[in-house]
Design a protein around this ligand. Structure first.
Ligand code: HEM
Length: 529
């Protein structure tokens, strides 16, 4: 039994007893004449938090501020890892069979649906264990617990790596990458060394600002291309997403290498389409190789496994094409472009390798992400023409002459546009589940989580759940505005800061975030004005 009192809160502050350890009962109590019941599955910290929340008539309470729970109590009361709910593994087959096509219930292509089913079935913390060739996966559907994990992050957070990319960088093409393999699928001190070097360049607003003009030029070329490829009904072709991939590749190449590839021209260099296809192949194959059939990991020569071979070939294509452009970019270096990412990175350590590897990482994750985000935003605006009209009015106001050039001030004024972007990324996050591998034992959701477990933060499910976002099925950009027109509807304008994190959080958050924001804002504004 745990009890306590708080002098500031008065006599009826804590007349509740909380029993610890009973697992499936409900606990009943009374505070200040108000009855409550708490699920016995909650650990002691959670129960106290709930009591305090009820007492304060508020849903969010910082437990540490109100009530010090000794660290050792949290550990002592944590339930064992084995008790975390989740699908039961079969003998020998474990849980892998669930992802096998036609046999198992989970279609790897529909990870969002699998996540939703798991949440509905098992609750806010779900374990899938006994997976062949990979660590257990712990799905977390509670923003409080996501915050808990992020707040405890150490200096070198470990995002569940793609072992297949790790193999490519550290084994298959070891001679090429050497010790400095970039940031993606790299961990520990190597990651920290590289990331701290390039952070200065990638996340400096001063540098992003110098790209406003070139990114605007590329967006205008894209708008001209839409005019060109539209049919007589004003419809764009069904492979419009590929057109968006061309736009994002063009933009990333300008940012990473100071080059224009001409992707949006009618007779673009075939290498550009090869690069786009290779990036798509890479993303399609990652879940196959990591979850569905990670057999390549036990093969002496994984290249005999066809999916693995396709994947490695795609990575080689990206690397080779990227190298061609890097070499050209280095030869034609324009010393006037002092502020460019390439020039700045080259000056970091006089080592062209850093620029090459960074460019490669940017090509790998900077194409599909922004283009898919833009596709979703345009789609939402097309579906919600009332919101599109509000956006149009804002843009017309900020850019009375629609051909006038963008600048930082004008971009800052486009608050409704930013809200539309946030609202789309809430409903359809590009990265549906970010994650961390525990680097030490933690208590999450009241359970003891050992080191080495892959925690997947289920943002796609969370941000589409009424509990965390009121009217979650609706497209309401207004919820992101400081002066929300629905401010009387507190539930709409208030949300947990860790419920929607489209670019991740903390030391490992998206390295290209500033550029992604600039690219997306610019292209949507140009298309909509
Ligand atoms: C809508 C567009 C984008 C979204 C939603 C997005 C989202 C993310 C997310 C969720 C992460 C993981 C963060 C974490 O672990 O906390 C990430 C990492 C990363 N992103 Fe982005 N991203 C986008 C665009 C870009 C672009 C355009 C670039 C490059 C120009 C880029 C480069 C990177 C890199 C290099 C990392 C790895 C960082 C590290 O591990 O240290 N991203 N991104």
């Amino acid at each position: 039994m745990v009890g306590g009192s708080n002098t500031e809160q008065g006599e009826n502050w804590f007349t509740a007893c909380v029993s610890a350890g009973d697992s499936d009962s409900f606990f009943f109590g009374e505070i200040g004449g108000e009855c409550f019941s708490i699920n016995g599955n909650m650990n002691i910290a959670k129960r106290l938090q709930k009591i305090i929340a009820i007492r304060n008539k508020s849903s969010v309470v910082n437990l540490d501020e109100v009530f010090q729970i000794p660290e050792e109590n949290i550990w002592r009361n944590a339930l064992p890892y084995e008790q975390i709910p989740g699908p039961t593994a079969l003998p020998i087959l474990g849980n892998n069979w669930r992802f096998i096509p036609y046999i198992g219930p989970y279609q790897i292509e529909n990870l969002d649906k699998i996540s939703k089913d798991l949440y509905q079935h098992y609750g806010s913390i779900v374990k899938i264990d006994k997976l062949f060739g990979r660590p257990d996966m712990l799905f977390v559907f509670d923003p409080d617990e996501i915050e808990n994990v992020f707040r405890q992050e150490d200096a070198m957070p470990h995002r569940p790596a793609m072992p297949s990319l790790n193999y490519y960088k550290h084994v298959y093409r070891k001679e090429f990458f050497g010790e400095d393999a970039g940031v993606i699928a790299v961990h520990g001190e190597k990651w920290q060394k590289f990331r701290s070097k390039v952070n200065k360049v990638m996340l400096q607003p001063k540098i992003t600002k110098t790209y406003i003009k070139p990114i605007e030029t590329i967006a205008m070329e894209f708008v001209q291309r839409i005019d060109k490829i539209r049919d007589s009904n004003n419809e764009v072709p069904s492979d419009f997403l590929n057109e968006l991939h061309k736009w994002s590749l063009e933009s990333v190449a300008k940012i990473a290498l100071d080059v224009r590839l001409g992707c949006l021209e009618d007779h673009a260099n075939p290498d550009t389409q090869k690069m786009i296809d290779a990036v798509n192949t890479f993303f399609i194959n990652v879940p196959m190789l990591e979850i569905r059939m990670p057999f390549w990991r036990v093969l002496k020569n994984p290249m005999i496994y066809p999916a693995f071979k396709t994947y490695i070939n795609a990575l080689d294509t990206i690397r080779e094409i990227c190298m061609k452009y890097v070499e050209a970019a280095l030869e034609n270096r324009n010393s006037e472009e002092e502020q460019s990412v390439l020039q700045k990175v080259l000056r970091l350590d006089n080592n062209t390798k850093t620029a090459v590897i960074l460019a490669l990482d940017m090509f790998l994750v900077g194409i599909d992400t922004t283009s898919n985000a833009v596709a979703s935003i345009l789609y939402q605006l097309a579906l919600h023409q009332d919101k599109q009209q509000i956006l149009f009015e804002e843009l017309a106001n900020v850019l009375p002459d629609k051909n006038s050039e963008f600048d930082e001030r004008k971009l800052d004024q486009m608050v409704y546009l930013k809200a539309c972007i946030k609202e789309t990324l809430r409903k359809y996050p590009v990265v549906i589940g970010n994650g961390r591998t525990t680097t030490r034992d933690l208590v999450i959701g009241g359970y003891h989580i050992p080191k080495g477990v892959q925690i997947i933060f289920q943002h796609c499910v969370i941000s589409n759940t009424e509990k965390y976002f009121a009217r979650c099925d609706e497209y309401v950009p207004e919820r992101w505005l400081k002066s929300c027109p629905y401010e009387n509807d507190v539930s709409l304008s208030k949300h947990h800061p860790f419920a929607s994190l489209p670019f991740g959080y903390g030391k490992r958050m998206c390295l290209g975030r500033r550029f992604a924001d600039l690219e997306i804002q610019t292209i949507i504004a140009k298309v909509c004005i």
